[in-house]
Design a protein around this ligand. Structure first.
Ligand code: UDX
Length: 448
């Protein structure tokens, strides 16, 4: 099919390249000239495993082109996918839908009758209903088909989504989308057909649920710490319950990124506009628990450094909001690094992919070229984004460059027993320390 993808950021660039891979002819519309020039050369302006290869392949094959012209898009496509961002508004918790509105109103005068406009952006419920009037007036039809891709797995998630949600108003629109996604459906992606409002809500509900799961385990991790229990063992045991499942029970410094934090805030905000804020008010606590994790790390680091971080040298391993990404939007790692710097610590940050984006966001921090370089003369190593390379750092080399052998694992992914065997003092959020905590000692006695 001939399709257009309006907005070629994370979501749009991935959708465009993957749909070309599925055999469609794709025209990407990107108004930022720098991004458009890179994409047209087959280059991805951000870090996403496998996407560069796919993009280059289909720019070369001719199945994927880019333009800034809505007139060209209107003439070209039978299906138009809206993939622009919906960031948090500066003045409130709500989502800024102005890019979605602009994309639809810019496209509308060029739409051919009978074509389909498909929203993929994450929007407050009710947006599709509002835009339907604009699209219908142009003789076209609207559908809503939210995207659930994860950064780092964006290509696989798009080629083989774990579900396709189709918010449609006609059998014709449903059939067009079923035909379009036929390779995914054939390969087993389940399809849920529903109305606009439900399709919009599925997306924010999914992200709110994931955020709640993470904050749940993080809240429990604080109790574990107080009681001398171990949150990693606990999460493993919880995860064996099929009703709960093991994923998104990784306790640590919490969630960040361009989606989870802003989506839960926008959900609360929209619920308020709909007069049901109380129903969603627990999401405020989910957000609070998440922010609290950052404070817990700062406190733990301060304790390890004898009560003050001022003038201490701290190696921060990781800046991206999660591994396999160079995205530092709302990154817990970078936020902690920034706060330590403000409190007078000498912070040296290393991230395998996010140095450039981190430098643009926090220019005053020092950035090192390797994990070892960041740790030279360090009083404390902070493990804040769980890149695999941090788990295989040579502890003898590391031990020789630091000033004090102290490590704090903010992601509960290091094998701290090995570190302790190498002479390190270790700490982690919600983990049993080798010596029993005072509260637990009082309960079980020193012989336990
Ligand atoms: C998320 C959703 O997963 C995806 O479906 C949606 O389309 C966009 O938002 P993404 O932002 O790429 O995807 O990241 P995700 O893998 O969900 O991780 C979000 C954050 O949660 C990261 O900061 C990660 O470190 C953190 N996390 C994840 C935890 O702290 N613990 C966990 O157990 C899992």
């Amino acid at each position: 099919m001939k399709i257009t993808v309006i907005g070629c950021g994370y979501l749009g660039a991935t959708h465009a390249a993957c749909m070309a891979e599925l055999g469609h002819d794709v025209l990407g519309v990107e108004i930022d000239p720098r991004k458009r020039a890179l994409l047209a050369q087959g280059q991805v302006p951000f870090h996403e495993p496998g996407l560069g290869e796919l993009l280059a392949k289909h720019v070369a094959s001719g199945r994927l082109r880019f333009t800034d012209s809505f007139a060209e898009a209107g003439a070209f496509g039978a299906l138009h996918f809206i993939c622009v961002g919906t960031p948090q508004r500066p003045e409130s918790l709500g989502a800024d839908v102005s890019y979605v509105d602009a994309a639809v109103t810019s496209l509308a005068p060029h739409l051919r009758p009978g074509t389909l406009v498909i929203g993929k952006s994450t929007v407050p419920v009710g947006t599709a209903e509002r835009l339907d009037a604009v699209v219908s007036a142009a003789g076209a039809e609207l559908a809503w088909n939210p995207e659930f891709l994860r950064e780092g797995f964006a290509v696989a998630d798009t080629l083989q989504p774990d579900r396709l949600v189709l918010g449609v108003r006609s059998a014709r629109a449903e059939q067009a989308l079923r035909d379009f996604y036929e390779p995914c459906i054939e390969a087993g992606s389940p399809v849920v057909v529903t109305d606009f409002a439900t399709a919009e809500l599925v997306k924010v509900s999914a992200n709110a649920f994931l955020a709640t799961k993470i904050s749940f385990i993080n809240a429990v991790s604080e109790v574990c710490e107080a009681a001398g229990a171990d949150v990693v063992d606990l999460a493993r045991a919880l995860g064996h319950d099929e009703r709960i499942g093991p994923r998104f029970l990784g306790a640590g410094i919490g969630f960040g990124g361009g989606c989870l934090p802003k989506d839960i805030r926008a959900f609360v905000h929209r619920a308020g506009e709909l007069g049901v804020e109380d129903a969603m008010s627990f999401l405020r606590q989910v957000d609070d628990v998440n922010q609290r994790q950052r404070q817990r790390v700062l406190q733990a680091a301060t304790t390890m450094l004898g009560g003050s971080v001022t003038r201490a040298k701290i190696a921060v391993w990781g800046a991206a909001f999660k591994p396999d990404s160079d995205d530092v939007r709302d990154s817990p790692a970078l936020s902690i690094a920034g706060k330590l710097h403000l409190r007078g610590a000498r912070v040296s940050v290393y991230d395998p992919a996010a140095a450039e984006t981190a430098r643009a966001a926090y220019p005053t921090l020092d950035y090192a070229p390797s994990a070892i370089a960041a740790a030279v003369d360090a009083d404390l190593v902070l493990h804040l984004t769980e890149w695999p390379e941090f788990r295989s750092v040579d502890l003898a080399t590391l031990g020789a460059v630091v000033r004090r052998k102290q490590v704090l694992d903010g992601r509960n992914k290091l094998d701290l027993e090995v570190w302790r065997d190498a002479g390190w003092t270790t700490r982690a959020l919600g983990r049993r320390t080798p010596a029993l905590s005072p509260a637990r000692l009082a309960l079980v006695g020193p012989a336990a």
